[in-house]
Design a protein around this ligand. Structure first.
Ligand SMILES: CC(C)(COP(=O)(O)OP(=O)(O)OC[C@H]1O[C@@H](n2cnc3c(N)ncnc32)[C@H](O)[C@@H]1OP(=O)(O)O)[C@@H](O)C(=O)NCCC(=O)NCCS
Length: 147
């Protein structure tokens, strides 16, 4: 099935934040985020956002609607996200079981000892909440996309 990805207008953010909640993602959308939406036949099936936090560019809220998972929607979002990133470096804090998924788009695991302080703190917070997460980074000249 054909999937298209575009950056949503700011006027769509409230509706997309509601959809995020339905899917179980509660962090919402921040003002200034670039929100990428994947659509199939005009229906939003996946969302990811690029956020700027404490001077760092972050990939956040990669979510695919439950019925569309494992059908390459996440891959389509990741490809569009990385293309738009160009040579900007970027961090994300994914679940450990998704290391290979993000790795295909040029993200590599960052040893915690060299993590920016704000992200090291967030990592600890997520782990205290019971999530098995790690820090990944895509360098200024990340590997070409091979997803
Ligand atoms: C994780 C998620 C974004 C992946 O998107 P998707 O559209 O389902 O994934 P794709 O079909 O593009 O998967 C491509 C490859 O990534 C890997 N992958 C995807 N989901 C995975 C999972 N849950 N566990 C392990 N590997 C996974 C696989 O290698 C997969 O290839 P395969 O299906 O041939 O095995 C999506 O499943 C999702 O929204 N999950 C719930 C929310 C979540 O965990 N978000 C990520 C926060 S870090």
């Amino acid at each position: 099935m054909e999937t298209s990805v575009r950056i949503a207008a700011a006027s769509e953010h409230a509706a997309l934040a509601s959809l995020y909640e339905v899917w179980g993602y509660r962090a919402g959308i921040a003002a200034g985020d670039a929100v990428f939406v994947a659509e199939r036949s005009g229906t939003v099936v996946g969302i990811v956002r690029r956020s700027r936090e404490e001077g760092l560019t972050m990939l956040r809220g990669m979510y695919v609607g439950p019925s569309a998972r494992r059908t390459r929607v996440g891959t389509s979002l990741l490809v569009a996200f990385v293309r738009d990133l160009g040579e900007e470096e970027c961090y994300c804090i994914p679940f450990a079981h998704l290391t290979a998924f993000y790795g295909k788009a040029g993200f590599t695991v960052v040893p915690e000892a060299i993590a920016p302080a704000s992200l090291a703190a967030r990592l600890q917070r997520y782990r205290l909440e019971g999530h098995d997460v790690l820090l990944m980074h895509r360098a200024t000249r990340g590997r070409p996309i091979d997803v």
